[in-house]
Write a protein that binds this ligand. Sequence first.
Ligand SMILES: Cc1cc2nc3c(=O)[nH]c(=O)nc-3n(C[C@H](O)[C@H](O)[C@H](O)COP(=O)(O)OP(=O)(O)OC[C@H]3O[C@@H](n4cnc5c(N)ncnc54)[C@H](O)[C@@H]3O)c2cc1C
Length: 420
Amino acid sequence: MTDRPAGSRAHNVTVVGAGIVGVSCALNLIRQGHAVTVVDRLPPGEGCSKGNAGMFSSDSFVPLSLPGGIWRVPGWILDPLGPLAIRWRHLPRLLPFLIRFAAAGRPRRVAAIADALAPLLAASPEQHLKLARGTAAERLIRRRGALYVYESEKSMAVDEPAWRIRRDRGTRPQPLTAAEIREREPALAPIYPCGYFLSDLGHAAEPMRLVKALADAFLAAGGRVLQREVRDLEVGTDAVSRLITDAGSLDVDVLVIAAGAWSGKLAARLGHRVPIEGERGYHVTIANPGISLSVPVFTSDYMVIATPMDVGIRVAGTAEYGGLAAEPNPGRWRVLVRHAKRMLPAIDTSTVSEWSNLRPTLPDSLPVIGRAPNFSNVIFAFGHQHVGLTAGPKTGEIIADLVAGRTPNIDLRPFRVDRF
Ligand SMILES: Cc1cc2nc3c(=O)[nH]c(=O)nc-3n(C[C@H](O)[C@H](O)[C@H](O)COP(=O)(O)OP(=O)(O)OC[C@H]3O[C@@H](n4cnc5c(N)ncnc54)[C@H](O)[C@@H]3O)c2cc1C
């Protein structure tokens, strides 16, 4: 018994990428009666999806290049505690991305981007619950809301354009005073005079375990996971016929490319030069913090999130542009520990683990979702920047619609691969 509508044909689908996006696609597809193989060089959930901040942030549809944000960029880069870093050697290659990034900050573009992204992120905690229902992933989903805090009224005012964009699209932030913030989260330092509570947000108790539990459900439903590196595609005139992997070739009927920050090379093989950057983020997870938080707390001044997880308190952030091959900068982990202590003065940081990986980021903050224009059997699902965990389940639903020949219930035109 499957969820596939009567009359629609079952396909053999190969998904490249076993992050939250690829696994969400695979689970949706197998539940609709398709035969599905996932190919990844790593076990499921061990790319960027492994160590993110765990937020289901349905409100994060404001593009990264919001006008108010652009003038803060030089200060952020110069501040050693700042959220943005650029490896200067990468700058010449990054310049075209930066130009497009700035162009995406024009007011009309910002509104259009927010309109496109909002339905992809909408009701993310519920989307996760729907996907996880009946699997071990279900108990890893928390729906308790989240807190945004500011170190001054002035910095809250700087963020007001972003809040206006959110409110205009249905977000209902509840303003909080210093006392209300402390009452909600007594472990926070008394340095936050104002903030917002967003009751509709949620988080994962551990994002990697969430992806692995979904992948286990996929396997239990008869799916196949192959741990292989895809080195190339065998491309015919209007279809991809095979994947060339480090362990031989694989025939392809329908191909979904969900390879996160590494998708650019595969898209280029199909003639699409997508300006995707691997945007490095970092986390420290403090296993025995000695204090607790009830919900994730986002400090808007430094763009750092502290999330309560089953594995401790995770403090995550940083957007670093250095190219796919650059090694992590250990200094960024020390910066995150300093942020942890600034936010949560009584935190015990003697048990810290460190992690870093690459977000798949496009200059207009929109992913690529949809059919490849010139190849009848290829579908793209990558480029989810800071919101891949949030948008994974919805993306999986959309990809299952496309494979079945149904029209998805959101407008995919803003996500076209050939928009650049
Ligand atoms: C510090 C940090 C905090 C974040 N916080 C949040 C958050 O709170 N909420 C949120 O929604 N998002 C967050 N994100 C973003 C989120 O983690 C990403 O958007 C998401 O993980 C992307 O998922 P993905 O499946 O597209 O990519 P990935 O998880 O990277 O999966 C892609 C997979 O493709 C595989 N692959 C690539 N190329 C090949 C190849 N040639 N052959 C075989 N396999 C290949 C990789 O091995 C990888 O496993 C955060 C990111 C970071 C770094």
